[in-house]
Design a protein around this ligand. Structure first.
Ligand code: 5GP
Ligand code: ZN
Length: 113
């Protein structure tokens, strides 16, 4: 947790371009955008991955999901978007702090690579 880059972003030790913030979550632009709009939504609480959530995190996760549409609306994604969570090694998770990618403003393909 001490050297977690997203904890540092949440604590403003590392700057980020914030889109939305409240006491529980932060949303900021991804450093290497994979779409014209690519933001990350993170809980301020350090949770390593979706694999590490507990019953205690139920409200927080529900809260994040209810905020997605508000953030999407704020970013002008009225035509739709993709919400992604990469979990663990096979999921290609590179930052070990739970985050959801919100991508939009381009037509997505399926299945993902
Ligand atoms: P993951 O591969 O773990 O699902 O996604 C991590 C994401 O975090 C990547 O898209 C990467 O570009 C982004 N990222 C990594 N370090 C930083 C950073 O310091 N600032 C910002 N804004 N994004 C970062
Ligand atoms: Zn963290």
């Amino acid at each position: 947790m001490g050297d977690c880059i997203f904890c540092k972003i949440a604590q403003k030790e590392i700057p980020s371009s914030a889109v939305y913030e409240d006491d529980r979550i932060l949303c900021f632009h991804d450093l290497e955008p994979q779409a014209p709009v690519h933001v990350l939504i993170i809980p301020k609480k350090h949770i390593e991955s979706l694999d590490a959530v507990t019953d205690e995190d139920r409200d927080l996760l529900g809260y994040i999901m209810t905020k997605v549409k508000d953030i999407a609306q704020e970013l002008g994604l009225e035509n739709g978007y993709r919400l992604v969570n990469n979990c663990g090694e096979d999921g290609f998770q590179t930052v070990k702090h739970l985050h959801f990618h919100l991508l939009g403003k381009r037509k997505m393909t399926w299945p993902p690579g």
